[in-house]
Design a protein around this ligand. Structure first.
Ligand code: UT7
Length: 336
């Protein structure tokens, strides 16, 4: 039995900043509303023709993580890719990374757990390393949200919060069982699946043939739907529970947390958690202000940035926690 530890991180965003003011030219919204309700000041959106896709951004983040890890790419045994915005309905983007990196025929697994995707992906990768099946796994969270959302007043409650980007981690075998990922905790509650959802091009309600014959430019089934207030309430509850669960598993308490990185869903949610647990500013890291909510990419982008800024030191207890569509939620506790 082994543990796994993160030995390299990287992140990437498109070179196109979208401010709240830019959005106010596209829909009836304002910088004031967006900052007050979400904390977001800007986000990055891919531009038509700039070549950015979920897989290409994931590849850019992966290259940085490999350099940061200081390993040769041939040492990577497996890929786990989390996204809700794949380049293709199928196959998932994991195989595109395998091809782009040119690593011969290693396995690639795609995780469909939306905002909890990276936490689920880390947990999956951790299990493979624990059993000794693989030594080094590339874990990616990447999203191209901007081309799927409704950028009009009709879709403003969803579209102003989302951003594009990718983050990646290299997870590697750790022989010291008191270091690296100590445990992961995964949950779901499918009863609320439709509270945060995009129906099309799923085939549960309509077949593709029907969608094509309808040929309706106002077909909202392709657009994400979110019952914002309900999601917000559940996020606060589940984040709290799953953070405590990770600590209690190791007989730790809130004061033991050196760094908490929650999925960057809304700054108000992160601040609510910080206040509830009485965490100091240097025990949490938030960057939604600058990136928006990048769903599966938000935790690896924040983790990569926090490490770049020297905010995480060897020996720190780091807790990652996520909540999102499904509903799904989870946490990972790491002794860095
Ligand atoms: O990442 C996965 C998990 N996601 C989350 O955790 C997100 C959780 N939810 C949220 O963060 C918040 O619900 C939102 C930020 C999405 C929305 O904030 P809210 O305070 O829940 O707003 P609301 O949708 O209830 O709308 C309040 C008012 C409405 O106007 P009326 O009916 O009171 O006149 C909306 O039409 O604000 C209006 N509104 C806006 N106004 C300006 C909604 N969106 C906007 C907007 N700009 N972008």
């Amino acid at each position: 039995m082994y543990n796994s530890k993160i030995i390299g991180l990287g992140h990437f965003v498109p070179n196109n900043v979208i401010t709240n003011k830019d959005l106010s030219m596209l829909m009836d919204t304002s910088d004031e509303w967006i900052r007050e309700r979400t904390g977001i000041k800007k986000r990055y959106w891919a531009k038509k023709g700039d070549g950015n896709t979920t897989s290409s951004m994931g590849y850019e983040a992966a290259k940085k993580a490999i350099i940061d890890a200081g390993i040769h790419k041939e040492k990577i045994d497996f890929i786990v890719f989390a996204t809700l915005s794949p380049d293709y309905y199928f196959p998932g983007p994991g195989v595109q990374i395998q091809e782009a990196l040119g690593i011969d025929n290693i396995g690639a697994l795609d995780v469909r757990n939306q905002c909890s995707g990276f936490v689920y992906a880390l947990s999956v990768a951790d299990q493979y390393i624990k059993t000794g099946m693989y030594k080094n796994i590339l874990v990616i969270g990447s999203e191209l949200q901007s081309k799927g959302i409704d950028i009009s007043t009709r879709g403003r409650n969803v579209s102003v919060i989302f951003g594009d980007g990718a983050g990646a981690a290299i997870l590697s075998r750790e022989e010291n069982l008191n270091r690296g990922i100590l445990s992961s905790h995964l949950h779901s509650e499918g009863a609320h699946a439709l509270e945060l959802t995009a129906e099309a091009p799923g085939l549960g309600k309509r077949w593709v043939t029907d969608i094509i014959s309808d040929n309706n430019p106002d077909d909202l089934t392709y657009r994400p739907y979110m019952n914002g207030k309900f999601v917000f309430k559940n996020a606060v509850r589940r984040f709290s529970e799953v953070i405590l669960e990770s600590l209690e598993t190791h007989s730790l308490s809130i004061s033991d947390i050196d760094m908490l990185i929650t999925h960057q869903a809304n700054l108000r949610i992160s601040q609510f958690i910080q206040k509830k647990f009485n965490l100091k500013d240097d025990q949490v890291y938030n960057n939604i202000q600058n990136y928006g909510n990048t769903t599966a990419a938000s935790i690896p982008i924040a983790l990569s940035e926090a490490c770049e800024k020297g905010k995480i030191k060897p020996g720190d207890y780091v807790v990652l926690a996520a909540f999102g569509s499904g509903f799904t939620w989870g946490s990972v506790i790491i002794k860095w």
